[in-house]
Design a protein. Structure first.
Length: 151
């Protein structure tokens, strides 16, 4: 990754969950830069560089997207569908990070080409442990093609 911090777009409307994710990933030995948006519309604006995200320096292409399914304005499944149907964005890995255990949601997410589906565990310790493992995989062990994060 040529010493560039791993850029993460985090789509999450729950401030407590966002804080925990950011705090846990900040402790990881691999440097990361997390951009938080609180709804699906803002996620798509960020990715397509629309509105307040039109400056590429302010909206660098993420290496990975952490996406909650239950976000306002445009739900996570629709964000996933739009991203994975766009030639310029489809190679960005998307990790669904949600509270939904519904088999329908899991099947839909994978059918729309999600790269991973994680259910937020109940309880701080289990959630924190899952995030640490997520950090090891996505921040430490996974390789990214340089064109994935190209502007």
């Amino acid at each position: 990754m040529n010493n560039t911090p791993l850029r993460i777009l985090h789509v999450e409307d729950n401030p407590d969950h966002a804080h925990l994710v950011h705090r846990t990933l900040a402790r990881h030995p691999v440097a990361s830069e997390i951009r938080l948006v609180e709804d699906g519309e803002a996620a798509l604006d960020y990715l397509f560089r629309r509105g307040r995200y039109d400056d590429p320096d302010e909206s660098p292409r993420p290496h990975v997207i952490l996406l909650d399914l239950r976000v306002p304005k445009i739900d996570g499944l629709e964000v996933l569908r739009v991203v994975k149907s766009n030639d310029r964005l489809l190679n960005i890995p998307i990790v669904i990070l949600t509270s939904s255990e519904a088999e329908k949601d899991v099947a839909l997410a994978y059918g729309l080409h999600a790269n991973s589906y994680l259910v937020k565990p109940v309880g701080f310790d289990k959630f924190n442990e899952m995030l640490e493992q997520l950090g090891f995989y996505w921040l430490g062990w996974n390789y990214y093609a340089s064109e994935v994060a190209a502007n």
